[in-house]
Design a protein around this ligand. Structure first.
Ligand SMILES: [Zn+2]
Length: 248
């Protein structure tokens, strides 16, 4: 899970969502829940428009905003419809998720703390790295805070298939990043561009983010010791970092 920047919606789509919300406000709390669900299912054009906007700022190739591995096929209501029907059509409550994260792990879970604040991390509001450390060698998230612990558990972020995928991503990225350095040494700009695009589009954007962040910390040499030589140097390279930041 990585920090994402949610763009504003175009006026017409925002107005359509607002109108749908307004239509729910006059109903009783009980009616709102049932009506919100039916209305959400019936408004396929509106759903498609929201999905298209979510895909624009999803990690890599339209990956799930929770696991970063699978294609984001579902629109997840961060605060579930069952709990907050009036947020059914709220843009700030929509995230792109895969069906595994959405329907098998998170579902209608939405734990809160004693003061009613959400414990789950919202990648469009929170920086997940402040709450979850990613062990690059284990491919596992290690909670740093209660919110990190709850998010890892509820979203199943340490399921085996994800930890293996992150370990593989780290190895693949090591080779890719090494090849960027080789291409630069012979001014092969086309390969350099291809490498940056591949790094950007591979699943597990969290592994790339963690590698970039950990490269600047004390002890970085040990963290990257078993990867091809020169990986750390490229991770710290201003040009590489700038090109990757622009790869959207
Ligand atoms: Zn997922």
């Amino acid at each position: 899970m990585i920090r994402l920047t949610r763009p504003p919606l175009p006026g017409e789509l925002a107005d359509n969502l607002q109108r749908a919300t307004d239509g729910l406000k006059s109903l009783s709390r009980k009616e709102q829940g049932a009506r919100a669900r039916t209305l959400w299912r019936s408004r396929s054009t509106l759903r498609q428009a929201v999905g298209a906007r979510l895909r624009e700022f999803a990690p890599g190739r339209e990956r799930c905003m929770y696991c970063g591995d699978n294609q984001g096929t579902d629109i997840d209501h961060f605060s579930p419809v069952a709990l907050t029907p009036l947020l059914t059509f709220a843009w700030e409550n929509h995230l792109l998720a895969c069906s595994v994260c959405n329907s098998h792990h998170k579902r209608d879970q939405f734990p809160r703390d004693d003061r009613g604040r959400p414990l789950l991390l919202d990648p469009t509001r929170d920086d997940p790295f402040e709450h979850l450390a990613l062990s690059l060698t284990l491919g596992r998230y290690l909670p740093l805070t209660e919110r990190g612990e709850v998010t890892e558990r509820v979203c199943g972020l340490n399921r085996d298939i994800l930890t293996r995928g992150r370990q593989n991503a780290r190895t693949t990225l090591g080779f890719l990043i090494g090849s960027w350095q080789s291409a630069r040494s012979v001014a092969d700009t086309s390969t350099m561009e291809q490498v940056v695009r591949t790094v950007h589009e591979q699943p597990f954007a969290d592994v790339v983010q963690a590698m970039l962040r950990y490269s600047t910390r004390p002890g970085a040499a040990e963290v990257f010791a078993d990867l091809p030589p020169g990986v750390l140097r490229v991770l710290l390279d201003e040009e590489f970092r700038a090109r990757l930041a622009l790869a959207r």
